[in-house]
Design a protein around this ligand. Structure first.
Ligand SMILES: *Cc1c(COP(=O)(O)O)cnc(C)c1O
Length: 376
């Protein structure tokens, strides 16, 4: 068959212009390409802290694999609803919260609709709405990489976007909104705007004294909102794909159910999530361990003369004198996978996830070698 066969005329115009999702090389590909044995995979904010023993037990108990899973994840939804003090029908579970981001875009965005977010940001907060024809409005972070509250609230008031996606803690930076700031944002959205609050790193941040109870603030507002959380990060279950959203009013959840694939969350994921959610002790251990390793890595980066931003997540964001893609490429040759930031204006930045102790050490060792060799 001819490789010159053009399919461009078939492709949705909005999809044509999208960049590829930067999900990085797999461990297997990397070992083969660079002949390295030890890989430090620090590009996707995965959490290598061992998952709860209760999860492993629940997985062994998953049966009836010949039959479709519960399409509404009823048991898990009931557990979540009770804990979050929301109604069961306000919860929709997704095949990862990415699944929900995709469905939300398709349910709500029509060609030309204004959709607002912040940059640097989680790529899917842009690519999914853009694929649906959104007209994106961007509120850049300030020069010192904090949320620009003036800009965000002014844009919300003057542009009145249909959707506003924001992640706090912010991926990739790690900064977060305090309660006054969340309230200012809520006060600035009209009833016509759907506020989509992505709390993928909630568990890591929740005990910080300036981290607010975002769900309570949203509930108290009476305005429409979606709050997204995931089992991929602090619960160490990225491989199973499961995340959830709280939708208010519940009519929003009804529309999301219409567009999701009917059996979007598999049996293993449903069982594991319930077990993980109940194991508070393991969650607290993972958070404590992450915080220690993150602060250790931050001080080592500072020791190398770099300035990582203070982070509430399981990752750090920092710039070097290098172009990020080139530095990441060089690190790859040592078996270290990090994420160079590709958004315009942030090309010197790298996001590195907090991995297992040996991975973090491998990263710092290799980075130190590369930077020292190139020092002027
Ligand atoms: C990791 C991440 C997600 C996606 O998580 P999944 O549940 O694994 O799909 C969503 N939002 C942000 C901001 C993330 O960093």
């Amino acid at each position: 068959m001819s490789s010159a066969l053009s399919v461009d005329h078939l492709v949705n115009k909005n999809v044509m212009g999208l960049g590829a999702y930067n999900s990085g090389l797999s461990v297997e590909e990397l070992k083969k390409k660079y002949q390295v044995e030890k890989i430090a995979k620090l590009a996707s904010n995965e959490n290598p802290f061992p998952t709860s023993a209760a999860v492993l037990k629940a997985l062994l108990g998953a049966d009836n694999l010949s039959h479709y899973p519960d399409p509404y994840c009823k048991v898990l939804s009931a557990v979540l609803a009770q804990d979050l003090d929301v109604s069961e029908d306000s919860i929709v579970v997704g095949n990862g919260s990415e699944d929900l981001l995709s469905i939300i875009s398709r349910v709500f965005v029509e060609v030309g609709d204004k959709v607002m977010t912040v940059v640097p940001s989680f790529g899917l907060h842009i690519s999914y709405p853009v694929a649906c024809g959104a007209n994106m409005l961007i509120a850049h972070l300030t020069d010192d990489l904090e949320f620009d509250l003036d800009k965000i609230t002014t844009m919300l008031r003057t542009e009145n976007p249909k959707l506003f996606f924001i992640a706090s803690p912010c991926n990739p930076v790690g900064c977060s909104l305090n309660s006054i700031e969340v309230q200012l944002i809520i006060d600035s959205v009209s009833h016509e705007t759907l506020l989509i609050f992505d709390e993928a790193y909630y568990e890591y941040a929740k005990d910080d004294e300036d981290y607010p109870d975002v769900l309570s603030l949203l509930k108290a507002s009476g305005k429409p909102f979606v709050l997204l959380r995931t089992f991929s990060k602090a619960y160490s279950l990225a491989g199973l794909r499961i995340g959830y959203g709280v939708f208010y009013p519940t009519a929003l959840a009804g529309y999301v159910h219409k567009l999701r694939t009917p059996f979007n969350v598999n049996r293993y994921a449903q069982k594991a999530a319930i077990a993980a959610f109940h194991d508070h002790e393991n969650l607290e251990k993972t958070i404590a361990w992450n915080n220690v390793e993150r602060e250790k890595m931050a001080s080592e980066l500072i020791h190398l003369g770099l300035s990582p931003k203070s982070s509430k997540g399981n990752y750090l964001f920092f710039a070097t004198d290098w172009n990020g893609v080139e530095l990441a490429q060089r690190l790859l040759s040592y078996g270290v996978i990090v994420k160079p930031w590709l958004e315009e204006g942030y090309e010197e930045y790298i996001r590195v996830s907090i991995g297992a102790k040996e991975e973090n050490e491998q990263f710092i060792d290799c980075l130190s070698k590369i930077l020292k060799a190139s020092a002027k």
